[in-house]
Design a protein around this ligand. Sequence first.
Ligand code: GDP
Ligand code: MG
Length: 326
Amino acid sequence: MTLNWLKKKTPPNKAQKDKEELPDRQAVYFKRLRAGLSKTRAILTTDLEDLFAKKKKIDDDLLEELEKLLITSDMGVQTSMDLIERISDKSSKIEDADELKNALKEEILSFLDAQTQVSDKITSHPHVIMVVGVNGTGKTTSIGKLAARYTSAGKKVLIAAADTFRAAAVEQLEIWADRAGADIVKQKEGTDPAAVAYDSIEAAIARDCDIVLVDTAGRLHTKINLMEELKKIKRTISKKLPGAPHEILLVLDATTGQNALSQAKSFNEALDITAIALTKLDGTARGGVVVGIFTALNIPLKYIGVGEQIEDLQDFDPVRFVNALF
Ligand code: GDP
Ligand code: MG
């Protein structure tokens, strides 16, 4: 009698239900990530399998070819050489392509894990995120995706249209704000961007918003006046709300490879970047640039973009990334 009662399936409570749904959602994210990384994976796995099929063992030739593959995927020359050395040390234990892939995964992960993880804590109200980067990297799109994420988590979001150089930039942002259910503060084309940022913070405080996302212009990073302007926006925000901006997110385009790294250096010098979003990993075979970012810069990689849908801006998770890469 007692046993029967125990065997009877009890309806899951909410916590249990969430647990059951979680792997599903993770699976969807992983699938999208894998699809997004397909071009890089084609280099790293198809070519690697071909290599092994020809050689059937690890020798100097194979290691040399492998090093070329890693460099082609934009992991950086030094990192690729380091990886090869580590693989070479393990080579007696590697007998097939799968074992080689696993060894590579393990070694790449050790590079990615070495960096401190970014905290997601929101301690200020409103929490201000200033988004910067050169033109076309995906700032506006990423702001739209982030806004949607925050609103669906129940946060009240305000977007500041501080890229006042093109009317089209504001229109694009309005569409995203509308989709995400976020407020937007805008002014006419050509207005001082710092003034728009100032008004936005004021509005966010008055409207009791949780999150402010500040869009900015991104003409060439080599133009000194862009950096001066961004610094002015940053100063103006902190005048209105001491401690803000709480995050300065630099958006980089993965398809620009090593060039993205030099952009990061100049933006960081001017603004003290707190985190990086790396977009368009779906458009490139050079996804190894993620590893390059970890080894070359001391700035956390917080988000990666693997497509144009809202769920294609993902939190960067080293284990999930490496698993999707091979
Ligand atoms: P901004 O100039 O930095 O504001 O760049 P936008 O947000 O306007 O984006 C420039 C282009 O890149 C747009 O066509 C976006 O749809 C596209 N884009 C942004 N992120 C991604 C991504 O992760 N994957 C792909 N394939 N396209 C993206
Ligand atoms: Mg834009």
